[in-house]
Design a protein. Structure first.
Length: 430
């Protein structure tokens, strides 16, 4: 079973009963309508909203990586507050048990939000009662500091840290803030309903109390990359289509080559997993908005309307980097973003992007605190490093005048789990 499959879990929970309308209220709706007809038979059943259905939790790979990108994100990085190996394992087991329920639209715990003892805190926080699963996926990763910190091994994981799992090198123009970078663990919650994503992370964080605590979190909206050929290309806050050439789940050979860790890549426990890179990128929105349309398109290397390359053609047209305009200059400039990020100029390197827009209010000066929370998955972090060095290198991507990287993270995401396993189990058993 793969992580793109959509399969409802047998049985009906209290939340599903309360949320029947959100999933179509098929039985009640059909019976109620049919009872009102004297002739003509029953009306057709109402099909459930595919954007509200659950995503299968189990599989060879974790869901939320090549799963068709949902509309909302809630990302959180945590640090272990305990140094006990048993606490780490028990946390991962508890998280897995909760994630199995959450992703299928159920409440956390046996008693949920409203059926427990009245004088005790409820097992589930309750803000998702009545809401559909909304294709919720939960994906976790392990940061470098989970394995060692200040030169000392942690949690008995000596020799288990992947060689590739090291902090990213500094890049020109970075202004990274420590309090929104790094982390021992991360949780990526994606859903088509922001409250469903928040509910999931809130409950996982509460379960972690006494064992791990939040380092930072970020909410995102309006996915900026399509991870399926069935999805239209979304736009970023600069108004341009983003991720046109992103890897797609349907490109199984390319995904296997560029996303999943292979047996000869590193430690056996990570085979079937991937590396997650996160970057919080602030956009200088007001400065960009004063740039001419012609200037914006030259910076990106694509037209703003169709998303086609400035060398001509529609969005999916191949980019002609040699084609020149009347002035003799290339129509896709040497410092344009699409050229510097293109596989042809980065040794064929590709990434699977799952970024999201964000707006964190204003900066106190009347300007938007907004931008892109970039997320990419790759077989080896060197893939991201190669492209980012190109963008921040001597040619200097023209887009750098309008963006600044302020947060950063890297995590090893273990493979998926079976019906009895738990997140990261191979880390302790292989």
């Amino acid at each position: 079973m793969n992580d793109e499959q959509t399969t409802p879990t047998p049985g009906v929970s209290r939340r599903r009963l309360l949320g029947a309308a959100g999933l179509g209220a098929l039985t009640v709706g059909a019976a109620g309508a049919g009872a009102g007809y004297a002739v003509g038979g029953r009306p057709d059943a109402v099909a459930p909203d595919p954007d509200a259905l659950p995503v299968e939790f189990t599989g060879k790979h974790q869901a939320g990586i090549v799963t068709p990108a949902q509309d909302r994100l809630y990302f959180v990085a945590l640090d272990m507050s305990s140094e006990s190996r048993d606490d780490l394992i028990s946390l991962l087991k508890d998280w897995t048990a909760a994630a199995r329920q959450l992703t299928q639209g159920n409440e956390v715990g046996e008693l949920g939000a409203v059926s427990g003892p009245p004088l005790a805190p409820p097992e589930d926080t309750g803000e998702a009662l009545g809401l559909a699963p909304s294709r919720l996926t939960l994906t976790i990763g392990f940061g470098p500091t989970l394995f060692e910190k200040d030169g000392k091994a942690r949690f008995g994981l000596n020799g288990k840290k992947p060689e590739a799992l090291v902090e990213l090198p500094p890049f020109s123009g970075d202004r990274l803030a420590e309090n929104i970078s790094g982390g021992d663990l991360c949780i990526q919650a994606c859903a088509n309903d922001p409250q469903v994503a928040v509910h999931a992370v809130r409950n996982l964080v509460r379960i972690a109390f006494g064992r791990a605590s939040v380092r930072y979190s970020q909410m995102g909206f309006g996915r900026t990359s399509s991870t399926s050929a069935a999805q239209v290309t979304a736009r970023n806050l600069f108004g341009f289509k983003d991720g046109t050439a992103n890897l797609k789940v349907e490109q199984t050979k390319a995904v296997d080559e560029h996303v999943w860790v292979h047996g000869d890549d590193g430690p056996p426990w990570l085979v079937g997993g991937s590396y997650l890179v996160s970057r919080k990128i602030n956009m200088r929105i007001e400065t960009w908005d004063r740039e001419s349309l012609e200037g914006q398109e030259a910076i990106i290397g694509r037209t703003k309307g169709s998303g086609g390359p400035t060398s001509g053609g529609d969005e999916m047209a191949a980019i002609d980097f040699e084609k020149k305009g009347p002035d003799g200059e290339p129509l896709v400039g040497a410092k344009s973003h699409v050229r510097l990020a293109h596989p042809d100029f980065n040794d064929g390197v590709q990434l699977l992007r799952r970024g999201y827009n964000f707006v964190d209010g204003s900066d106190g000066l009347g300007q938007l605190s907004a931008g892109l929370f970039f997320i990419s998955y790759q077989r080896d972090p060197k893939q991201f490093v190669t492209i980012q060095r190109s963008l921040a290198g001597p040619l200097n991507d023209l887009l750098n005048e309008y963006i600044v990287h302020v947060g950063s993270g890297i995590f090893a995401c273990p493979p998926g789990v079976d019906a009895q396993g738990y997140w990261g189990e191979t880390l302790f058993t292989v």
